[in-house]
Design a protein around this ligand. Structure first.
Ligand code: PAF
Length: 282
């Protein structure tokens, strides 16, 4: 696996692959890789001849008082995992390479509407930071396919919209959420949970599964279902941020008659903010 730090070297390599007729799949990450990331790398392998992964903890997507400084950084372990996963190229830029003029006054990518709901309402500017860095990374790597986890369902929806509206010539692939044995969705931020909190954390997925059953059994009073879901989170010792039923494409409330829906939840547990979702094909 090549480990490159500059835009120029990455472009050179991708150009050489393209010249040889090889396609490229790309998995952007912030490092501290777990089985969820590695499943995305495996998915990327199926999609193209070459796999590029980036590790960059993007300061623009962290709000004031969020965990930018504390965000787990494990580059040596990450590199070992990526070699084992047969990654061809790891791009690990310094902040200066991505934001040469500093963090203030950078040219932003704003995906309006969908970025302001749910996690966007609780974390203002978060999706602007995500869209900006992903747009830059896609322009740097110029892949044929880009892979993102469905665990961050809203992020995936924002990025699909960005790629579509900016006519970026690539396919966006969503990889299924990878879970611990007790159902907790894997996330680098799970390490913020104390032992007692870790025991309570799977409740978010269990509650979403219960609500999924109700929807499958024909419950269509969405606001009653959402209210009960939030009460269940509270009873399980989690502080709900939101729990909603939404349409899968624009994440707006369903009008009735949709053939697919998504249940989305975010809840605070100690230092961690857990998010999870369940897709429902009706
Ligand atoms: O999901 C993540 O790890 C990040 O939001 C991403 C897509 C790598 C952008 O920094």
């Amino acid at each position: 696996m090549q480990v490159l730090h500059t835009i120029e070297r990455v472009r050179e390599q991708v150009r050489a692959w393209n010249k040889a007729g090889e396609s490229v799949a790309f998995v952007p990450t912030m490092g501290n890789l777990h089985a969820g990331h590695l499943a995305l790398v495996a998915r990327a392998r199926e999609c193209a001849d070459r796999v590029v992964v980036s590790i960059f903890v993007n300061p623009l997507q962290f709000g004031k008082g969020e965990d930018l400084e504390a965000y787990p950084r494990t580059p040596a372990e990450d590199q070992q995992k990526l070699v084992a996963a047969a990654t061809d190229l790891l791009f690990m830029p310094e902040e200066q390479e991505i934001y040469p003029h500093g963090r203030d006054g950078v040219t932003f990518v704003e995906v309006p509407g969908i970025s302001d709901l749910l996690c966007g309402a609780s974390r203002p500017g978060h999706f602007r930071g995500v869209a900006t860095v992903v747009c830059k990374l896609l322009n740097i790597v110029q892949p044929d396919v880009a892979c993102f986890g469905q665990k961050d369902f809203q992020q995936l929806a924002v990025l699909r919209r960005m790629v579509n509206e900016l006519n970026m010539p690539l396919e966006v692939v969503g990889g299924p959420t990878v879970r611990e044995a007790d159902g907790l969705a894997m996330s680098s931020r799970n390490r913020y949970l104390t032992a007692a909190e870790r025991e309570r954390a799977p409740a978010i997925y269990q509650i979403l599964q219960t609500l999924e059953q109700w929807l499958r059994q024909g419950q269509r009073d969405f606001s009653a279902l959402e209210q009960e879901g939030r009460a269940m989170l509270q009873r399980a010792g989690l502080q709900p941020d939101y729990l909603v039923v939404r349409r899968t494409d624009d994440l707006l409330p369903p009008m009735g008659g949709e053939s697919s829906l998504v249940l989305l939840a975010a809840a605070y547990l100690g230092r961690a903010r857990l998010i999870d979702n369940v897709l429902i094909e009706l």
